[in-house]
Design a protein around this ligand. Structure first.
Ligand SMILES: [Ca+2]
Length: 258
């Protein structure tokens, strides 16, 4: 139906460059890469900031000067030295945040070793400059955190019980299915399978709480950053990018038909 050449024409080149060229698959893959792309952009303040501290200095300082978290940073320092050897980096030349987080995904060394992948198979895993590696590596993080393709992220919830605080206190991990939530007085008008596990959470707005169901994909985003507001922002921005691409594709398609 739509012409997939549209996305390249509107400045999404870095996203499009990691898309499959096969027509019909691009839309599906675009959805998959929109979420990691947004996470990378937010983590690096829209690509402007990946940190100017030498990672080895940051981790050494925090290991010896932050007694409360010394064990954590000592482990990360060890992981950084292993990573530098694997990647054949000069450990003195790598910069990151004040806490030692690296590249556009702002991975700590443990996460870098676990999730970073050479997604475009050019022989280097570059999470500072290579959009394919950056998006592929965050995709790998989401996947290993429980992301399931073609399942929802969130759905608005309708609460018909006065005791909603106890339900929200069950936590952000999806444990009850929508069917089980309904028996507790919470449901949704969204068209989603009732067998899906979800958590119930609130967004605190000025007019009072707004209720949402968070599915396993929402929980996967929360593994990156525990803030509900952050995960909702990722969801909203990624969906906006997907919708913009669909608008561009539709426009290119209708122009082409004239
Ligand atoms: Ca690469």
């Amino acid at each position: 139906m739509s012409d997939d050449s549209g996305c390249e024409q509107k400045g999404f080149a870095s996203l499009a460059s990691v898309s499959s060229p096969r027509t019909g698959e691009i839309a599906r893959i675009f959805v998959l890469i929109a979420f990691p792309a947004v996470i990378a952009l937010l983590a690096s303040r829209y690509g402007k900031r990946t940190g100017n501290f030498r990672v080895i200095d940051a981790l050494s300082t925090l290991t010896f000067d932050a007694p409360a978290r010394a064990d954590y940073f000592r482990k990360e320092l060890e992981q950084f030295l292993l990573l530098a050897r694997e990647q054949q980096w000069d450990p003195l030349s790598i910069n990151g945040s004040f806490a030692g987080a690296m590249g556009m995904p702002q991975f700590m060394p443990t996460s870098y070793r676990r999730y970073a992948i050479d997604f475009n198979a050019d022989g280097h895993t570059d999470l500072w400059n290579d959009p394919a590696d950056i998006i592929g590596s965050i995709g790998s993080y989401l996947h290993q955190s429980g992301w399931k393709e073609a399942t929802p992220i969130v759905a608005p919830a309708r609460v018909d019980t006065a005791d909603w605080k106890a339900l929200v206190d069950l936590g952000l991990k999806p444990t009850l299915t929508l069917e089980q939530w309904k028996m507790r007085g919470v449901d949704t008008l969204a068209n989603v399978q009732v067998s899906l596990p979800a958590s119930l959470f609130t967004l605190d707005l000025s007019g009072g709480p707004e209720f949402w169901f968070g599915f396993e994909n929402f929980y996967a985003i929360l593994q990156y950053n525990r803030s509900r507001n952050y995960a909702m922002a990722v969801n909203d921005l990624a969906n906006e990018i997907v919708r913009e691409r669909e608008r561009i594709s539709a426009s290119v398609s209708s122009n082409g038909a004239q």
